[in-house]
Design a protein around this ligand. Sequence first.
Ligand code: PMP
Length: 437
Amino acid sequence: MALDRPNDLSAFWMPFTANRQFKKAPRMLVAAKDMHYTSADGRQVLDGTAGLWCCNAGHCRPKITEAIQRQAGLLDYAPAFQMGHPLAFELASSLRDMAPDGFDHVFFTNSGSESVDTALKIALAYHQARGQGNRTRLVGREKGYHGVNFGGISVGGITNNKRLFPSLPGVSHLPATHLKENAFSRGQPEHGMHLADELERQAAIYGGETIAACIVEPVSGSAGVILPPKGYLERLRAICDKHGILLIFDEVITGFGRMGAAFATDRFGVTPDLITCAKGLTSGVIPMGAVLATGKIHDAFMEGPEHIIEFFHGYTYSATPIACAAGLATLEVYREEGLFERAHELEGYWEDAVHSLKDCPNVIDVRNMGLIGAIELEPIPGEPVKRGFSAFLKAFEKNIMIRTTGDTIAMSPPLIIEKAHIDQLAETLREVLHEID
Ligand code: PMP
């Protein structure tokens, strides 16, 4: 397609971007293939972030592209209202097969934010359906990221996302599990299991019978990669069980192989009641999300009179055919290429590479698990431009894509990454960290 105005940047109000800074020095991507982006000035940029934690199968994979093209010419849209189409059922069944045991039902959305708000609504409606309408409280966690819709920012705990906006009433937060004594841990840190006990304290204050759900990211990504201390998720599960609180794992980042298993639920061996996912479901190619529910949850909605729509919720594009085609093709690529197993096999190499940066200037912590890595830099007091952002700009100049949150650099490459790419990421980042010192 010929572009008439490729240099007119005035109309697009960019998301999550410092618009004024960007428009002075735009960073444009024009193509992608496998592990690389092509920049507008023709450079091959190694993707160290799988787009935005989503392109787990790598870029422009023919199987996915062809499935989308085929579907666009066959059934472009079907109403998500009293109608179905075969791909949606097929994808739900495939997801069920891939999901942890017991997650037998799938509710489709179009994003992680929608998955989170959908899961919160399912939790509230579930208790209503069982005659426990007094359970309306929600518990999230400080530094948690659950998207940008009102449910998500209410249970979320990243200050900048909450500032300026009202939150849902009756929401409280657990402390973040980011502890100094865990610095430079490899994998799950030792200290901090006790932080889960705050849920018990809140159950004592508000009454456990008033809490509907507790939502956490098993590994939080957007706040700068914060891992669950050993025993922490188990303890949360036990407290939820004791008080009849539903446990929701937000697996928008950790789903689809990122942790070397299909879901973090499998990796940690702790089973929630609801799982939210998105991103890797279509390898980031078409917007799509889902909530995975156990039979216990789903069945509570199926027991009323049949003429009532059991859970009155959905989106125009829930399970839209082209997204389903992308999802089915993506799950096939994961299976055929054994990408989750591959992530597991590469974890040790990845861990060594990420931790090899620990002696670089200003590094105060290195964290990793699965194919996620984070390098935390010492903040510069009073400095508006964070070291992390300087590192991101310098890295892009040097042909690697990283992500930063404040002063933490996060990496989460496509699962097709080769050892040579891991070396390139680490070596380039080493140069970057020395140069921005
Ligand atoms: N939950 C988590 C854990 C996420 O990491 C994200 C996105 N990074 C979201 C929800 C929101 O997803 P989306 O941007 O697709 O709405």
